[in-house]
Design a protein around this ligand. Structure first.
Ligand SMILES: CC(C)(COP(=O)(O)OP(=O)(O)OC[C@H]1O[C@@H](n2cnc3c(N)ncnc32)[C@H](O)[C@@H]1O)[C@@H](O)C(=O)NCCC(=O)NCCS
Ligand SMILES: Nc1ncnc2c1ncn2[C@@H]1O[C@H](COP(=O)(O)OP(=O)(O)OP(=O)(O)O)[C@@H](O)[C@H]1O
Length: 198
């Protein structure tokens, strides 16, 4: 089974692209969803979160994401600490999920694939690229947040050009090219690559 990473900067369209792969019956692991689950189900992570970020990161047993985002995206040291707490259990969770799958190939979708050190888990990486102005606009519309809030997160991620250079395949999610034909083309190529492994 081939293990494929799917990454891109904030608002590039990773999740949108991942949903198209899911329609083609490709199992997809969403790292951001997994980390949000682990904040609630992993007692070691939960205790560390309370210890380092205070009891009010949880409200009625639910992680207060807006509060945590406010804390970490304005303070690089705090973000580094959060990453060091949540990325290792997410990597482990992904490994377990991958081991439980049966398919020609699976996809792991993550914004911070390179930054969190999970690229080594994977055979090939797909990058989703979109112009910065479009990424900012899409996230502002999707999350009803300000340009500055999007920019703060963007500033904490690897430069898009460097990230795309590290990828094996690129899907262009701009206003010129259609996404679905690109995904179909890549799906055929990945199935072929996977068949060589059997
Ligand atoms: C701080 C949290 C709770 C805010 O939650 P919120 O629902 O507002 O954002 P969400 O998780 O959906 O992230 C939206 C986008 O923000 C960007 N982003 C999220 N975490 C980070 C980070 N640690 N560094 C840089 N960018 C990030 C990504 O582009 C991501 O796709 C959350 O982002 C978080 O737990 N982050 C740390 C875990 C992580 O690194 N997740 C991202 C991929 S695994
Ligand atoms: N080709 C497109 N045309 C129009 N809207 C799009 C397109 N691709 C993505 N979007 C929209 O842009 C927003 C961001 O896309 P998506 O959530 O897939 O990005 P992402 O890379 O997963 O973002 P994040 O890093 O914040 O998790 C969503 O609201 C999505 O519906």
């Amino acid at each position: 089974m081939l293990k494929i990473g799917l990454t891109g900067g904030i608002g590039s369209g990773k999740t949108t692209v991942a949903k198209v792969f899911e329609l083609l019956n490709v199992p997809v692991y969403y790292a951001d969803e997994a980390s949000k689950r682990l904040y609630h189900t992993d007692p070691v992570l939960k205790a560390a979160m309370v210890k380092h970020f205070g009891a009010d990161v949880y409200k009625n047993e639910q992680l207060d994401r807006a509060h945590l985002a406010q804390l970490v995206f304005n303070d690089p040291g705090k973000l580094e600490l959060l990453n060091s707490l949540v990325h290792p259990p997410t990597l482990l969770d992904a490994e377990k999920w991958i081991a439980s799958q049966k398919a020609p190939y699976i996809i792991k979708e993550a914004a911070l694939l390179f930054e969190a050190g999970s690229a080594g888990q994977l055979d090939y990486i797909i990058g989703v690229a979109a112009p910065v102005h479009l990424r900012i606009k899409r996230v502002m519309d999707r999350d009803a947040i300000s340009r500055e809030q999007v920019q703060h997160r963007m500033n904490r991620q690897m430069d898009e050009i460097i990230k795309m250079r590290l990828c094996d395949f690129i899907i262009h999610n701009d206003e010129q090219q259609l996404v679905i034909p690109q995904v179909l083309h890549l799906h055929e190529a990945l199935l072929k690559l996977a068949s060589h492994l059997q």
